[in-house]
Design a protein around this ligand. Structure first.
Ligand code: ADP
Ligand code: ADP
Ligand code: ZN
Length: 215
């Protein structure tokens, strides 16, 4: 199954994608995680990307399209994939559709997870992340041991861009650049809305109800 998890920053895409990836046995591809791995390794790509990420702006399309093209060519994507954080602009969506047509694996469903802005700010300001890609929330999803990842034992940290001023900027960028993709995918007939305001398990239940139809 070929799926895009769509929604504003803080909607719960990463949290759901981690569980869905285990449940369906298909890879979770997060462009944010790929970019952060490059930033922490200090690659040329990471140095360029950090300038945008720290301001809450989108990294240029050509960089992202290159990343996603390489990633989707990996053998683990043959049985399907969960994209998280890509596409975020119309040119990225057009590029994705070209890449998937070439390998004869069209996108089947775009899950649009909706959550009101003020709740997004609360979620992101309380988010604690792990280098392994897991994320927690100080109140809504605390780790078993304070400051330590349940999955890998790594030390949790607050992302530089999870500060209120950068969060607001990311929401502005989402509305301007990314929200237009809702119409784009609605016109293609593959958009499904998911109410993201319930608890993590409740949202997961709603999503598998939809995705089970594509197994
Ligand atoms: P969140 O899940 O909280 O929205 P991400 O981890 O997906 O954040 O992204 C963090 C940052 O990485 C974004 O603010 C942006 O700068 C950059 N980024 C990630 N994915 C993309 C993309 N598809 N296009 C452009 N920039 C991206
Ligand atoms: P995204 O990848 O869309 O930016 P995350 O999955 O990282 O979002 O979730 C953002 C924050 O909100 C994290 O701290 C996460 O633990 C928390 N969170 C995720 N889903 C829910 C939910 N359904 N209810 C409350 N908090 C949530
Ligand atoms: Zn971890």
């Amino acid at each position: 199954m070929n799926v895009v998890l769509f929604g504003p920053p803080g909607a719960g895409k990463g949290t759901q994608a981690k569980e869905l990836s285990k449940h369906y046995g298909i890879p979770h591809i997060s462009t944010g995680d790929i970019l952060r791995a490059n930033v922490s390794k200090g690659t040329d790509l990471g140095k360029k990307a950090a300038e945008y990420m720290n301001k809450g702006e989108l990294v240029p399309d050509d960089v992202l399209i290159g990343i996603i093209k390489n990633r989707l060519a990996e053998p683990d994507c043959k049985a399907g994939f969960l994209l998280d954080g890509y596409p975020r602009t119309i040119p990225q969506a057009d590029a994705l559709s070209g890449i998937l047509n070439d390998i004869n694996m069209p996108l089947e469903v775009v899950l649009n997870i909706t959550v009101p802005d003020e709740e997004l700010v609360t979620r992101l300001s309380g988010r604690y992340s792990c280098k392994c890609g897991e994320s927690y929330h100080i109140k809504f999803n605390p780790p078993k041991k304070a400051g330590i990842c349940n999955v890998c034992g790594g030390e949790l940290y607050q992302r530089d861009d999870d500060k209120e001023d950068v969060i607001r900027q990311r929401l502005v960028s989402y509305k301007k650049n990314t929200q237009p993709l809702i119409d784009y995918y609605e016109e293609k007939g593959i958009l499904v809305n998911i109410d993201g305001t319930g608890g993590i398990d409740e949202v997961f239940g709603q999503i598998i109800n939809v995705l089970d139809q594509y197994k």
